[in-house]
Unconditional design. Sequence first.
Length: 221
Amino acid sequence: MKKISIYLTTAIIMTVLLAPPAFAWRSVRTGQKNFERAWSAYILKKQDKADKYFTKSAEGFGIALKEYPPSRTAMFPSNLAMAGISFYYAGQYQQCIDTMDKAAYKDDKIWEAYIYTALSYARTDNNDETIKYLKAYIKSAPMQSMLSNEVKKQTTNLETNSGTLTAAADALDAAAFKQFNYNINLQGNNITNFNNQCTGSYWWRNNRSPCEQSRFPTRDN
C-alpha cells in the first residue's frame, strides 16, 4: 500500500508539473480579446483608445509567450501575428521582432511579420535590418498594392540616403492603415482566401472584427 501511495503521489506531482498552466489559455484569450478591441478602434482612427487595448493585448500575449514551453495555442501563427502587431503598437519593438520571427518561421507567407519587423527596426534606428525586412515583405508576395508601393519607395529612399528612418516608419505606418482601411471598407468579405475572411485566422486583414462565431480562434487553417 505504501508503494502504491508513493506511485500515486509521484504521478499526481508529475501531472501537475507537466500540465500547461491553467492561466496560459486565459492569457491568450486576453491577448485576442484586447487585440479585437484595439483593431476596431484603430480602423476607426481612435488611436489613443487603440493603443490602450494594444498594450493590454501585448500584456496578455506576453504572459503566454513567456511560459516554458509556451502553449501550443500561443504558438499558432495567427496568435503570434496578433501578438507581434500588438507589441509594435505598444512600443515594445524588440518583443515585436522576436515574436514576428517566430510567426515567419511558422508561416513564411505572413506578410505582417516582415512589415512590422521592418517598422520595429526603423523605430529602433537600424537602417540595414529595416531595408532587409522591407525586401522580405515584398518577396512574401503580400498582394497589398498600396502598402507595397510605399514599401518600395521607402526602401529606395533608405538605400540612397534620401530619407530618415523616422520618416520612412511614419510613411509606412500611414500606408499600412490606408491599406487595411481600403481592404475593410471597399473589399469587405468579397474575398476568396478563407483565412482573410471574418471567420478566418487572419480576419483583421479584411475585417474590423472577427465574426461572432470566431471570436477566439483556436487554430490556424
